[in-house]
Design a protein around this ligand. Structure first.
Ligand SMILES: O=C(O)CCC(=O)C(=O)O
Ligand SMILES: [Fe+2]
Length: 292
């Protein structure tokens, strides 16, 4: 059913909201049962993972990545068609293809203070206010409330406003499992304080411009032995795809050669250029042929 639905209207609507406000919330983006099954799969990992260290991650929160190997339900979030469509709409002005930047589970424990308000794009030291680098999606695993540390978001703190101090107040993104909070890499946000006795559990999934160094090392998180079992579009999203021109290549070819058993012999480099590069390259090659 979902596959036949035309999502273009919904993608355009949510993208407009995201670009206008710096965030948008999609209630009921997935069935709560899917999120419940994912939460169950991750329960053991939450138990075993030590608390973080350092003032940014926080010593009263737990975090771990590599969600695609921890639960078969994680792919439903990573490859959510509406979310992917929105991320592509926001980021495609600056790249050929988007890539998975991270999947991270975050548990904010009772007594946790608020996280430093920050912009996730500051992990890359590029121009501010000219480019969007990242779209992040926060999926609650249990109810997010103001009291238990729901992500705080500063509306309209994004884009060129990232150059100035925010003038407005944040709101707590209260949501039920199944909802998704999308925010831009330029939007000021942070986990709230947990003033309850329950653990706030959530998942952040980020999509970045395809030519950036991803926050989570995707090729180590999902080495070829693992990525070989992924559907091709998921393998491409985690990095087994060149970004034109020739970026992320393996032996001069698309790294997907590592998944198809074709990398066991010398390969030879093959151009993968953008059209604006291909045209002058072809013309120059032709010019030299003609001159001979
Ligand atoms: O846990 C949250 O609500 C937000 C976490 C966050 O923004 C981060 O770690 O970058
Ligand atoms: Fe963040």
């Amino acid at each position: 059913m979902t596959d036949t639905l035309d999502l273009s209207g919904a993608i355009a609507r949510h993208t407009a909201d995201l670009l206008a406000d710096g965030y948008c919330i999609i209630p009921g983006a997935l069935a709560p049962a899917t999120i419940g099954a994912l939460d169950d799969d991750l329960a053991g990992d939450f138990d075993l993972t030590p608390f973080g260290q350092g003032g940014f991650y926080g010593t009263t929160t737990k975090r771990f990545g590599r969600l695609l190997v921890r639960s078969s339900h994680a792919a439903a979030l990573v490859q959510h068609r509406l979310v992917l469509g929105i991320a592509e709409a926001v980021l495609s002005p600056w790249c050929d293809r988007i890539q998975l930047n991270t999947t991270q589970a975050i548990a904010v424990h009772p007594g946790a203070p608020a996280q430093l308000p920050h912009r996730d794009q500051d992990m890359w030291r590029g121009p501010v206010g000219e480019i969007e680098y990242l779209v992040n999606v926060m999926w609650p695993l249990n109810d997010f409330t103001d009291e238990n540390g729901a992500t705080r978001v500063w509306p309209e703190s994004h884009g060129a406003n990232a150059l100035a101090e925010p003038d407005g107040a944040p709101f707590a993104a209260e949501m039920a499992p199944g909802a998704a909070l999308l925010f831009l890499g330029s939007t000021l946000h942070g986990a709230g304080a947990n003033r309850t006795r329950e653990v706030r559990r959530g998942i952040v999934i980020g999509y970045a411009l395809g030519w950036l160094k991803p926050y989570e090392n995707q090729w180590l998180a999902y080495p070829p032995e693992v990525a070989r079992a992924f559907p091709p579009d998921l393998a491409a999203l985690v990095g087994y795809r060149q970004h034109r021109p020739n970026l992320g290549n393996f032996e001069g070819q698309c790294p997907s050669v590592l998944l198809g058993g074709r990398a066991d012999r010398p390969l030879g480099a093959v151009d993968a250029l953008r059209p604006d590069q291909q045209v002058p390259v072809d013309a120059f090659v032709q010019e030299q042929r003609d001159a001979r």
